[in-house]
Design a binder for this molecule. Sequence first.
Ligand code: PLP
Length: 410
Amino acid sequence: MVENQTSTQPRRHFIAQCFSGITALTLTPNLFGQFNKPIAQRYHSQPWLELSESAYLHNATQISKMAGGKPVMAVLKNNAYGLGDVQVANMLDGSPQVFGVAVVKDGRATAIRKGGFTKPILLMGDFDEANAQELVEDDIVLSVFSQASLKKIQALAATVQKRIPVALYIDTGLGRMGIPYEETFSIAQSIAKNENLEIVQTFSTLTTPKDFAKEQIQRFNRIIKKLEDQNISYGVKHLAPSYSLLDISDSHQDMVRPGILVYGSFPLAKMDQAQKYPLQVPFRLKALVIRLEKLKPGDTIGFSRFYKVEKDEWIATLPVGWADGYDSGAENGAKVLLGDKLYPVVNVNASHTNVSLGTETDIKVGYVATLIGPDRPEITPEGFANLIDGNNYLQINYKESIPKKTYETF
Ligand SMILES: Cc1ncc(COP(=O)(O)O)c(C=O)c1O
């Protein structure tokens, strides 16, 4: 069983099922999420993630406040930025501020539905025909993003017995995905004529430069006006990823569509907003100390012999590396929390990370290290980024196979 979960809500049952087969924790983290004693039988060959439901719910509430009370469509693409899309969706299901979630891969949309999420799921990408029936059965909102995708969805609509909810995905200037905005109206007309299709959402994505984003909003609003004039329903309108929702109130439309903010990070250029709307880091990346050795002057660590030991030094090895999604730049100044102290990272390889514990240490094999989490400013995503001079998007992109544990609260 997963710790600290209430047993009353059915979706928790799903979460518990997801984790059955994974060694259960037997101790509850204290205030700092650390365990004071060595712990037997954990994930000795890989790191794990701990997720806090209360922190995700807090962030959803704060984001809605940032957007003047508008609902939130949480972007869970890339496995919820590496944190577990099924788990994050289930935690957000209970938020009154969360309207639904958005993903890019068809298989993730159906996995989130099968995982127990009850609210709308928007697929912002294409789908494989082999998955089409399942997407329809699972009530996934399919995006019409081109003439070709319209044809594909029309063909699907002719084969199913139920009305398919679709979203008009408009390219107002990002140039990456969506119907070129001049073509949107005729595509919307074709959809409106099809009794098996219903436009439930209309959306686009804003770019970061403010002047151009405003031009995009005007393009979007002109299309909406034309649809309104022709009595074509367009459903819920949304445009704004995190940066735009903080930057331009006109971008809020009917709903906002953030990713990074949900995970407790502000786009770096908008850190000033963090004071006004504090978010919580809703996860911890942890790993066990699996090896501890005293190295001698002249010894080196890593393939490139990057780190040179100058005096007797205890070096801990953690079974986590860049292949797990831990940023390899960590060896340029990041810190790790072990017990109640921070220690410098001195080497990151694909599957292992080394931490220097100094000339004397009380740390033992089996102790738990927190690499990223809310417990110290230095190991939050922003704190970590500041230490290694990186980008706060990078280090929350963990490998899908990392085990996740959900907690009601940390
Ligand atoms: C279409 C779309 N909307 C919203 C987002 C969320 O962006 P952010 O994480 O900057 O809030 C993304 C992320 O890449 C996206 O592709």
